[in-house]
Design a protein around this ligand. Structure first.
Ligand SMILES: [Zn+2]
Length: 112
């Protein structure tokens, strides 16, 4: 046998290759992505909040940090995803976050 020995010893220890990565769906565009690439919005007693840690208790929804996704979510999926009715206050807060994202080319092209 002329097989290099180190090739075998490399495979011998360590964790299995297939590591599970939590996947989440952006409620704006429905793209499925690893959890950490999306922003989490959580329903807290004080209303909707962005949860930077991803660990806040409560029902959460995941979104890209993109205006188009937030706009779509605000127009439809966000309330149902969080099993709540968005209050005027919630919408205002979400709009403020949305406004902090850079304007996308598709937005300017639409002329909105
Ligand atoms: Zn999205």
């Amino acid at each position: 046998m002329s097989r290099p020995a180190d090739a075998m010893s490399l495979r011998r220890k360590g964790a299995p290759r297939t590591k599970h990565v939590a996947q989440r769906t952006c409620i704006g565009c429905r793209e499925v992505l690893p959890k950490r690439t999306l922003m989490r919005v959580v329903r807290s007693p004080d209303g909707l909040q962005v949860d930077p840690t991803g660990k806040a208790p409560g029902r959460g929804a995941y979104l890209h940090d993109r205006r188009s996704c937030w706009e779509r979510a605000l127009a439809g999926a966000l309330g149902p995803a969080l099993r709540t009715e968005l209050t005027a206050d919630d919408r205002e807060r979400m709009r403020a976050i949305l406004a902090s994202f850079p304007v996308e080319e598709s937005d300017t092209a639409r002329g909105t």
